[in-house]
Design a protein around this ligand. Structure first.
Ligand SMILES: Nc1ncnc2c1ncn2[C@@H]1O[C@H](COP(=O)(O)OP(=O)(O)OP(=O)(O)O)[C@@H](O)[C@H]1O
Length: 299
């Protein structure tokens, strides 16, 4: 039915808000005036999956931790559930993946952004009695890496903000989002094709690799100036792209490529689309990946 994605700094009070939110939602679902479908409210979190929070210290441990959260989330998504994902969800690309998965399952979505100043998070972290405190350096590091959600991008919308200084949760807004919000159909980016072209996976891999290489080559040729460029993929395929005005690293490009490929690979192999074929031509993949990069690259 719906996916509620929490986002916020470490130790900012997300779980506290989730406890409040779950109780409110259950109360409304049990209210005699509620005449919608029978729904259960489920919560998944790093703690419910036994993920050690200091996994976020180490990128080798963090990746499988995020993978475990994503898999558990997909397993629990369904038309009879309001699923709350209580985790930092601090990477924009990861929130995008969650949003794509929700669209595949035809769920309503909303993002609840739990806002607390860093100093307050540090203070709460230092006096935590649940044995789940972060090491101070992990906390600092995560706060620095945090990619703030934005109501301007579709995967964070609707974005509902709750402040540390307020007791009340914007429950009416959240309730409306999960019970009345528009369900967007899987889009071209998340759709699979009933009979995916056998070479779709190859085109996905090959075209994204070619774009990574072309961006690096463009950057080397221009001395890393950034701005509008034409990426030369072949004699006829030269997609235009705007590069940020800074040096883009290969590992950054590869990370975004992996995120993009993961989502689209799943769409190809699942073949979940009902109507309309998705164009998995080289031109179309190039176009989607360039858009994805432009939307996700830090300026
Ligand atoms: N509004 C608040 N007032 C007082 N204490 C708070 C408040 N919000 C959170 N805390 C305290 O801060 C600590 C962290 O809270 P909580 O577990 O809800 O945060 P979290 O963002 O879910 O943390 P994590 O990043 O570990 O998942 C707890 O000890 C909690 O009691």
């Amino acid at each position: 039915m719906a996916l509620i994605t929490l986002s916020g700094y470490p130790s900012s009070g997300k779980t506290r808000r989730v406890t409040q939110l779950k109780a409110h939602l259950q109360q409304r679902l049990q209210d005699p005036s509620y005449n919608g479908p029978k729904l259960t409210v489920a919560v998944i979190s790093d703690d419910s999956l036994n993920i050690d929070r200091n996994a976020y210290d180490d990128s080798r441990a963090e990746k499988p931790a995020r993978g475990a959260l994503f898999t558990a989330m997909q397993r629990q998504m369904g038309q009879d559930t309001i699923l709350i994902v209580d985790a930092m969800n601090y990477i924009k690309g990861f929130r995008y993946q969650m949003y794509c998965a929700a669209r595949e399952f035809k769920l309503r979505v909303c993002t609840v952004y739990v806002v607390a100043p860093p100093e307050q998070c540090k203070e709460w972290n230092a006096v935590r009695e649940d044995g789940r405190a972060y090491k101070p350096e992990t906390l600092d590091n995560l706060i620095m890496r945090y990619e703030e959600p934005s109501s301007m991008v579709r995967w964070d919308s609707p974005l509902i903000t709750t402040l540390w200084s307020e007791d009340d949760l914007p429950i009416d807004q959240i309730w409306r989002a999960v019970t009345e919000g528009t369900v967007k159909p899987p889009n071209a980016g998340t759709q699979g094709v009933p009979k995916a072209p056998t070479d779709a996976l190859h085109t996905l891999e090959h075209t994204t690799n070619a774009i990574v290489a072309a961006v690096m080559a463009e950057q080397a040729a221009s001395g890393g100036l950034g701005g509008a460029v034409a990426l030369s993929l072949s004699a006829t395929l030269k997609p235009r792209m705007t590069l940020p005005y800074r040096t883009v690293t290969l590992s950054e490009m590869q990370r975004m490529k992996r995120q993009f490929v993961t989502v689209h690979k799943k769409a190809i192999t699942l073949g979940t689309v009902e109507k309309g074929a998705v164009d998995w031509s080289e031109e179309s993949v190039a176009d989607k990946f360039v858009t994805y990069l432009e939307e996700n690259m830090k300026p």
